[in-house]
Design a protein around this ligand. Structure first.
Ligand SMILES: [Fe+2]
Length: 278
């Protein structure tokens, strides 16, 4: 579906690219986008859906365009295409020791693996592999304030590439832009603001410095409709950087790292509760 062979990669502040009309004619994706009531409330967007939710399955059964999109995203071809877009930067990060595995050496599972919750396996015995994911979502007023990543962040530590695709050009919207940050004096500093526009795709390599957020929406007519796509590893793939850098983003702060389904903080709370109750 994506026809571009070699998109231009922006290197500052971290590797990213923009493709206009990425999936060809966007009007069928826009007109076939599910209605508000078909979505469920979520922590990512105001409302979203992914495989294998009932309404997501209904969508890919009833709508040919979405059926083709689903089959395309959940494919080895799709994952390989985006890995190749960022090939030079991925190999550079691997040779510099920032990546624990070389993504080009990993098997690709071209089918849904993660389902609704983010799933990263800390079990060292399990072999690493890459897999894609697609979420469809709506954003209205206040989107970006507490959800949409909840402020400046990088994505989780298994994420290799994150992609957002805008299904519509939101009307009368204030806020809602995708913002990317450089780091200056150990703090995030806004570097680039990208407007949501129908058919526009933004992809970025989720290094430990890939800080981004959504400018919270303060006004909008209708919704900002988007696809969130991800290429992830089932295990941690980014090596920890220095402490101050890891603390800039809650998703990579070692304090928040999940062990056997619980963060260190919640394990500590559980320990205190058990002591109090014993
Ligand atoms: Fe994010």
């Amino acid at each position: 579906m994506i026809k571009v062979e070699k998109p231009e990669i922006g290197l500052k502040p971290y590797p990213h690219l923009i493709i206009e009309d990425a999936f060809g004619d966007s009007s069928l994706l826009n007109s076939g986008f599910p209605s508000d009531s078909e979505f469920i409330k979520s922590f990512r967007m105001d409302k979203d859906m992914t495989y294998p939710m009932k309404n997501y399955l209904n969508l890919i059964i009833r709508n040919k365009t979405y059926n083709a999109l689903h089959n395309y995203i959940y494919s080895v071809e799709f994952v390989s295409l985006f890995l190749n877009f960022f090939k030079d930067e991925i190999l550079k990060n691997f040779s510099e020791g920032n990546l624990l595995f070389n993504p080009f050496d990993l098997p690709i599972i071209g089918s849904p693996y993660e389902l609704s919750m983010i799933k990263i396996n800390e079990n060292l015995k399990d072999s690493p592999f890459l897999f894609p994911r697609l979420d469809l979502g709506y954003g209205g007023v206040d989107y970006g304030k507490n959800n949409g990543g909840g402020g400046v962040h990088t994505d989780n530590y298994g994420r290799v590439i994150s992609i957002v695709y805008y299904v519509n050009s939101p009307k009368d919207m204030e806020g809602g832009e995708h913002r990317i940050y450089k780091i200056q004096d150990n703090k995030p500093l806004l570097e680039k603001v990208i407007e949501p526009k129908e058919g526009r795709l933004i992809a970025s390599l989720q290094t430990n410095t890939a800080l981004h957020d959504v400018n919270p929406i303060t006004k909008i007519k209708g919704y900002r409709k988007a696809f969130y796509l991800a290429i992830s590893c089932n295990k941690r793939i980014w090596k920890n950087s220095e402490d101050w850098l890891m603390k800039l983003t809650k998703n990579r702060d070692p304090q928040n790292i999940i062990h056997n389904g619980k963060s260190l903080k919640s394990r500590f709370k559980g320990f205190i509760m058990r002591k109090l109750l014993s």
